[in-house]
Every structure is written in C-alpha cells, then in structure tokens.
Design a protein around this ligand. Structure first.
Ligand SMILES: *Cc1c(COP(=O)(O)O)cnc(C)c1O
Length: 205
C-alpha cells in the first residue's frame, strides 16, 4: 500500500502510472479534497482509510473509501455498517490493535472487552466483512524493536482466528518505511509505505 497522505493528487497519479494499485489516506477530508483531481488524472486504484475515524464521519467514509483499516470500537463498526448499508456498499475492514503503551496510539488492546464484543457482533454487520488486523509499531530508529510487536500481532491473529472460525483474518497490515522488512519476516501481508515511496512529508505547522 502506498501511503499518500499529505501528498498531492499528482503524486498518486505518478504512483498509479508506475503500477501502484492500492493507496492509504489518513484523513477523510483530505482525501475528499483530492478526489476531483484524482478523477481528472484517471487514478482508479483502491483507497483505504488508515487514520483514526470519528463515528460522525461514518457516512462520508462509507461513501468515499474502498475499505477502512482502523476500526477500533464496536460503536464505530455499527455506525459504519449502517452507513454502508444505506449505500448498498460492502466496506471491508481491519481491526486496529494497540500493542505499544504510547498513549497517543489508537486501537484496541488484546485484552479489551470491546475487542471481544466487536468480534462477536461482526457476523451481524453484513456490510463490513472483516479481513484481518492492523497495528502500528512503536516509533524507534531500530527496526528490530518492532519485531516483538509484529510477532505479537501475528500470534494474536492466530488465536482469534482459531476462536472465530467464521471470520476472515487473512490480512496482517503491519510495517512502514522504517520497518517493513522486519514486518514481512514476521508475517505481514500488507505493508504501508509512505516516505520510502514519496519522500519526506511536510511537517505540520
Ligand atoms: C503515515 C502512515 C504510514 C506510512 O509511514 P511511513 O513511515 O512514511 O512509511 C503507515 N501507516 C499509517 C497508519 C500511517 O499513518
């Protein structure tokens, strides 16, 4: 996945020309404002939301995105399922798991009761087929520091898949520019690459 957040539509156009078929954007509004230009450029790749989603943006999200990789509550899943259902749309999802103690990181911890409530409820949310799990490793200059985190996500996936045989856990979204090799060694099926493809992002402010 090419993570194109903060980069202009033209950058996605170039990437699409080089064969990229899947993009990640982290803000609903930013992607919405790029869309007209992407249409003009003929970019028709799949776009996943990979940023934190507030449930009041569910309708817009269901309308604009092909999938949401950052589901972190049952309430959000219910709102999004409703929105997708109104559009007669199927919106595949990943559940975001928080494995590092950094307070700013979104996601459900492996022992959060809301995770089990969500997994129990998903078979009743037909417009939101589960595809697997995603995580963001703690920021560290040494990619080896992320290895333990990636291994934990893989083992959690194996456990949950065993407990919920009706759900699809085939996708493990883990690994970014700084640590994707380690993530692949630990079983990643979907790496999310921004900087290594598009260069440094402008710093906010
Ligand atoms: C920005 C972002 C990435 C890409 O990060 P790079 O280090 O630039 O590759 C991957 N995943 C998520 C969720 C992001 O927000």
């Amino acid at each position: 996945m090419a993570v194109s957040k903060t980069h202009p539509a033209e950058a996605l156009g170039e990437a699409a020309g080089a064969g990229i078929l899947l993009f990640g954007e982290n803000r609903v509004q930013e992607y919405e404002s790029k869309r007209p230009r992407l249409r003009e450029l003929g970019v028709d790749g799949e776009v996943h939301l990979i940023g934190h989603l507030q449930s009041n943006k569910s309708a817009k999200t269901a309308e604009l995105f092909h999938a949401v990789d950052t589901i972190d509550s049952l309430r959000l899943a219910e709102r999004l399922n409703e929105a997708a259902s109104r559009l007669s749309k199927t919106l595949p999802i990943l559940i975001e798991i928080k494995l590092s103690p950094e307070p700013t990181k979104a996601g459900l911890t492996p022992d959060d009761p809301d995770l089990f409530a969500l997994l129990d409820q998903l078979p009743d949310l037909p417009n939101l087929p589960l595809r697997g799990l995603m995580t963001i490793a703690p920021l560290d200059d040494n990619p080896e520091a992320a290895r333990a985190c990636f291994g934990r996500l893989r083992r959690l996936r194996d456990t949950l898949a065993h407990q919920h045989p009706r759900l699809d856990f085939s996708t493990l979204s883990m690994g970014m520019s700084g640590d994707f090799e380690v993530a692949i060694e630990e079983g990643s099926t979907l790496v999310r690459i921004g900087t290594a493809l598009f260069g440094e992002r402008p710093r906010p402010g």
